[in-house]
Design a protein around this ligand. Structure first.
Ligand code: NDP
Length: 281
């Protein structure tokens, strides 16, 4: 079998085009405040691509590039100012933050109504309660959109999510449960990972280990979602060995061009949704 590619780049482009048309009809442009602390080169690249994507669809992007030495209280003060600002629709704090800053405290400081990344604990709780009045974290939301692109009904499928981070693994598992999948979450302490993965009709890999998952982990005909972004000497690599996995899977997302573009598209969608919520209440 040679797997079909799930083209995240194309799906993201379609999503962005449709958002651009909807945003053009709003009475004013939504605005996303992006907070970047320090000079992490990967974070700087991510922030630049988010700014560019915002501008393309008609969202104003305001980046606050802060010194590495900023303290927690100063950062919380800026977030509170942005929480109150009428002209700011969404707030995103680019992670990771420097070690002297408590990430959880900062994410909790963002107003849940402007929390377009969906990392505020209130929004996390609402997601678990299946309450739709929340912001779904962008990468998991993008993963579900990619799956729906090839299969409208995921009911009854066995889904294995490898990785249990707050940002990717856990919310993805939660959303797959909502889709009526039977979900297993695996992690670094999981025994016999190969056998666990082989039970998956849908295998989502978010571990940050370049090309670790090969065909030995994959049930013939499974759908593979590769979330990993690993910078190697040979360029960007996913967590999945693409050629090996493609020989047994039915569908697979490439890296780059799979989950990454969808993450940004979902950020734009969440910002648009935040605007609607703020202007309807
Ligand atoms: P984290 O480091 O926060 O979490 C990694 C998870 O993988 C942990 O739960 C860890 O287990 C598990 N893990 C690590 N090694 C193994 C292993 N050998 N076997 C099984 N499980 C393992 O990473 P993130 O969730 O933030 O990101 C994961 C990957 O996805 C990264 O490559 C990141 O760059 C990428 N990413 C891509 C995005 C995109 O838009 N495409 C967005 C966000 C992330 P344990 O909990 O036991 O430590």
């Amino acid at each position: 079998m040679t797997a079909l590619i799930i083209n995240g780049k194309e799906l993201a482009q379609n999503t962005r085009q449709s958002l651009k048309e909807k945003i053009a009809k709003l009475p004013e442009a939504p605005a996303l405040a992006v907070i970047l602390v320090g000079n992490n080169p990967a974070s700087e690249i991510y922030v630049r691509s988010k700014e560019k994507a915002c501008l393309e669809v008609g969202i104003m992007a305001k980046t606050y590039h802060l010194e590495e030495t900023i303290n927690e209280a100063e950062l919380c003060d800026l977030i509170e100012e942005l929480n109150q600002a009428k002209d700011i629709t969404g707030i995103l704090v680019q992670l990771p933050l420097p070690l002297h800053i408590d990430e959880k405290k900062i994410l909790a400081a963002i107003s849940p109504k402007k929390d377009v990344d969906g990392f505020n604990p209130l929004n996390t709780g609402l997601l678990i309660q299946k309450n739709s009045d929340t912001f779904i974290p962008c990468t998991p939301k993008g993963i579900i959109a990619l799956l729906h692109h090839i299969k409208s009904d995921l009911t009854g499928l066995n889904a294995v999510v490898v990785g249990r981070s707050q940002i990717v693994g856990l919310p993805t598992a939660q959303l797959l449960l909502k889709e009526n999948c039977t979900v297993t979450v695996a992690h670094s302490k999981t025994k016999n990972l190969e056998a666990v993965c082989q039970s998956a009709d849908i295998l989502v890999i978010a571990i940050g280990k370049a090309e670790m998952i090969n065909k030995n982990y994959i049930k013939p005909g499974a759908i593979i979602i590769d979330v990993g972004i690993n910078r190697t000497q040979e360029g960007l690599k996913g967590d999945v060995d693409f050629n090996s996995a493609s020989s047994v899977a039915s569908y697979i997302t490439p890296v780059p061009g799979g989950v990454g573009p969808m993450t940004i598209a979902m950020l734009l969608e969440n910002t648009y949704e935040a605007f609607l919520k703020q202007h309807n209440s």
